[in-house]
Design a protein around this ligand. Sequence first.
Ligand code: MG
Length: 376
Amino acid sequence: MNRRNFLKASALGLAFAASPISLSAAGEATRQTGRSGRLNLSFEPYELKLRHAFNLARSQRTTTPDVQVRIEYDGIVGYGEASMPPYLGESVDSVCTFLNSLDLAQFSDPFRLEEILQYVDSVAENNRAAKASVDIALHDLLGKIMGQPWYKIWGLSPEKAPNTSFTISYDADPAEMQAKIDETKPFKVVKVKMGVGHDKETVEALRKVSDVAICVDANQGWTNKEEALAMCEWLAERNCMFVEQPMPKEMIEETAWLRARSPLPLIADEFLQRLPDVIRAAEAYDGINIKLMKSTGMHEAYQMATLARGLGMRLMLGCMTETSCAVTAAAQLSPMVDWADLDGNLLIANDRFDGIKIIDGKVTIPDRPGIGVELL
Ligand code: MG
């Protein structure tokens, strides 16, 4: 890329960061860095509108910042996405800056996946969602060139994909709580968020109307190991399958103590991000929750799943609020995992892709090449 194009691309990225534009009018922030036979990266911000506001301690969140990515090669387009829930520390600005700093046009062979992704990873530390967006688009592109979906390229059997959970949160209004529970009807597993002061109330409200299997995400909310053990025992009697991130990620010894006694498997989420974290997680957890926006995409997610399996750990596959692009990319891995929590696309009102389907509660991967999505 020459300097003039770099400056032009930087200006576009900054313009988008300052003022997101609609997809139809975008014309895309195409960086004119490629020609036929070169990887051509383009991207644009896309604000995700949440179907229901997320209730936080002091505020509500109704949107999630997101950047949609395309990599074009010889007329074939691969799609990717970076989703940035605020707690992960990335933003539209940081993702656009990162993507603007890449020079993918130096690569003429998209099958050199290792080489390309090592380059992307080396450009700056962190920026995991931004890196994931490139990784996903590259996988989509390669799958389309080969004419195969990634679950087939990886040799996985799609019928082994698990049920996925649907998350509900506590609501003090019984009618609202009932409405939330009604919404979970097609799902075979309901995920309950805990550690916010209504732990038993949420499960008791659910159990009044349903015997559906549950899993619990404490989001690091339990800070006393004896109380955490008491909760695990209480939940085990109420058809709970596992507990995700029961204690703060720093409390490794306490979590190991809990694991030695808990009747339920403990799954690491906030504790781990990337491949090297899997080995540390094995010290205190029974399993790991892999998310593409943490793992920098599908390539490392597959490596994490393989390593965790080799260590005898359980596997869970999660997501952020995302369009069907990133959720369907994650679903390609789902036949490898014990549990899936792939409801992120169902939580937004402006999905722009058709992809993963939940049929009778089960993750169903589209039989399309690449990551399996089509623009709506
Ligand atoms: Mg979690």
